[in-house]
Design a protein. Structure first.
Length: 143
């Protein structure tokens, strides 16, 4: 009976495509009742876990891809190491923030546009609103 490498190759391809996925959308930590400055402080407090999270993600990918794809798997990990490390760093910070009650909230295109065209004071007020769980439409209605 002939052994096939197809399942391993398919898995390796899927892992490679996942690592090459488009960059995450701009996001903010969100927690009802919190302000932008409180969220910023929480992110800074969690930033110490980022480097270890990135290193762990790269290491796990190397080991997993060696087992699944041999040298081809290692090459795939090496080509995507920066992306894998960045995702691992972000996930580590997200886990730290989650312990403090925050969730990651991806910003919509309209929210990003509103932030980009606002003054510093307006931006601070909008970020406070969004971090606290508000929506752009509610913010505009209150203005």
């Amino acid at each position: 009976m002939k052994k096939t490498l197809l399942p391993g190759a398919v898995l390796l391809s899927a892992l490679t495509l996942f690592a090459c996925a488009a960059a995450d959308r701009p996001s903010i930590p969100s927690k009802p009742g919190e302000s932008f400055l409180e969220a910023k402080s929480a992110v800074q407090g969690c930033s110490g876990v980022a480097a270890q999270g990135g290193s762990n993600a790269v290491g796990i990918n190397y080991v997993g891809n060696v087992l699944v794809g041999g040298l081809i798997g290692v090459a795939g990990t090496a080509m995507n190491e920066d992306s894998i490390r960045a995702r691992g760093e972000a996930n580590a910070v997200d886990r730290c923030l989650k312990k403090q009650g925050y969730t990651r909230r991806d910003l919509s295109d309209a929210e990003v546009a509103a932030l980009n065209r606002s003054t510093a004071g307006q931006r601070q007020a909008l970020l406070d609103h969004l971090v606290g769980g508000g929506r752009l439409a509610d913010f505009r209605a209150a203005q």
